[in-house]
Design a protein around this ligand. Structure first.
Ligand code: UD1
Length: 443
């Protein structure tokens, strides 16, 4: 899908209101799709978002020999891994999506080898993969780093005690997927336990893997000989939930997200309540109802691994602080350079100072529409949210990021009353049959 001159047009919007539901989590579906390489046969995933990262992962799996059918109307994905016969991830695919690194563990488990093009840095920081690589080496993997590909090989994967210096989501997932077929018991200490990691664990267990959790944050894996294909309904996307709640907050609205889990957003929801907003949950914390205060107070927070405040909601929460009363200090501790949205918010009239990893925001009375550029997925949310409250019209380019993270999120926001639409230049140059490709089976 070309992004050419496409952009989002956002106008100052009335209070959002109504009910909305979430697609499955992008960060769960990508790794779960990678995990299907551990099996041979047909698996089915439900509530799959048609975001472009998912389309990239489909391309990756197809390039390895999988047959994939994505019904974008029903949001169901069928992946047949019987014919997978390659273990090389090409540079063009790796460049489009860094999460491609997540096939390394499953390919090592299936073929005892994986050749992966080197991922570069990206706008939110250098994003090293040292924690993946040094622990793969501990598990008996030889890694040749000399060329433009990481060439890896393990005659047999060794179960190990692994201690992560930092609870990296990707490293936890990659190592766990290799460990499910390493004979013996692997323990991953200081593991990431994000809801998306737990969703991967439930998929691995459905496949027949033996995986347990020990407090406070250890994953114990006992290797098995073979794993079976699965049917799985994905965990709802807590980051899509957070974005919709913030869109409601900044417009002073009132919405219900019918399939959100409050537990997955505990610290984030606490901060919304501290701002003065009302948040209530359904039975067992399932379903979140939100009613905005008309005089929001600033709050401060620090991003942290789960269950702390999610780094992926830092930028959109900052947009909301720009119009709150008082001063907010936001400390981004997870990624080194995830404050690039600030420059664009400043163009809209936000008062923000940066000191190292901290942003200090002084609430203003009004934001103003501007031409802004999204630099990463979550920055695109921040700018769209700011645009909903800004006087006049905001146009946001760089929408490839918006599309990477979400499946037509602008339409969900519009269904709640937001004045937001995608002006898609590619539609002007497409044949009618191409336009339909969004809503038909893409095989
Ligand atoms: C995942 C999510 C991303 C989210 C992030 C943190 C996916 C597809 N993406 O990314 O949306 O923002 O978790 O919740 O699930 N690090 C190292 N060495 C490594 C690996 C990571 O130093 O080998 C550092 C990173 O540079 C970063 C921090 O650890 O500063 C967290 O990264 P990590 O948890 O690995 O994030 P991802 O898995 O890339």
């Amino acid at each position: 899908m070309s992004n050419g001159n496409s952009y989002l047009e956002i106008k100052q919007s009335p209070e959002l209101s109504g009910d909305v539901s979430l697609y499955g989590a992008k960060n769960a579906v990508l790794v779960i799709m990678a995990s299907l390489l551990l099996t041979s046969g047909k698996s089915r995933l439900k509530n799959v978002p048609g975001s472009s990262d998912v389309l990239h992962m489909i391309k990756l799996l197809e390039s390895l020999g999988a047959v994939v059918i994505f019904d974008q109307v029903a949001h169901e994905l069928e992946v047949d891994t019987s014919g997978v016969n390659k273990w090389q991830v090409r540079q063009d695919i790796m460049k489009q999506m860094r999460a491609s690194i997540l096939v390394m563990g499953p390919l090592l488990a299936r073929f005892s080898r994986a050749d992966i093009a080197l991922p570069g840095g990206c706008v939110i920081g250098s994003r090293p993969i040292d924690l993946h690589l040094k622990n793969f080496e501990k598990m008996g993997v030889d890694i040749d780093r000399s060329g433009s590909y990481l060439k890896t090989h393990a005659s047999s994967l060794r179960a190990q005690d692994i201690i992560l210096d930092y609870p990296s989501v990707g490293a936890t997932e990659n190592l766990m997927m290799a460990a499910v077929s390493a004979s013996g018991i692997t323990r991953i200490v200081n593991a990431a336990l994000e809801p998306e990691v737990l969703d991967l664990i439930s998929v691995l267990k459905k496949m027949g893997a033996k995986v347990d959790l020990e407090v406070p944050a250890t994953i114990v894996v006992e290797g098995v000989d073979s794993l079976e294909p699965v049917d799985h309904d994905l965990v709802p996307d807590r980051l899509e939930a957070g974005t919709l709640l913030l869109a409601a907050a900044i417009t002073g609205g009132s919405i219900t997200i019918t399939n959100a889990y409050a537990d997955h957003l505990a610290v984030f929801l606490l901060k919304l309540q501290e701002m003065g907003h009302q948040v209530s949950y359904g039975f067992d914390g399932y379903g979140i109802s939100f009613q905005a205060t008309q005089s929001p107070q600033s709050v401060s927070f620090k991003t942290a691994p789960y269950p702390g405040f999610p780094t992926d909601l830092q930028a959109p929460m900052m947009a909301v602080q720009c119009l709150a009363q008082g001063r907010s200090v936001i400390d981004e501790t997870v990624f080194e350079n995830r404050l690039v949205h600030i420059r664009e918010l400043q163009k809209m009239g936000a008062q923000i100072l940066v000191e190292g990893s901290k942003a200090i925001i002084t609430g203003v009375e009004e934001l103003y529409g501007a031409n802004v550029i999204a630099s990463d997925i979550r920055a695109s949310c921040a700018l769209a949210i700011a645009g909903l409250a800004a006087k006049g019209t905001t146009t946001m380019t760089g929408i490839s990021h918006w599309r990477r993270g979400y499946d037509r999120l602008e339409q969900k926001m519009a269904s709640l009353g937001a004045f937001i639409k995608l002006i898609d230049s590619s539609l002007f140059t497409q044949k009618p049959s191409d336009q339909l490709s969004l809503s038909i089976k893409n095989s």
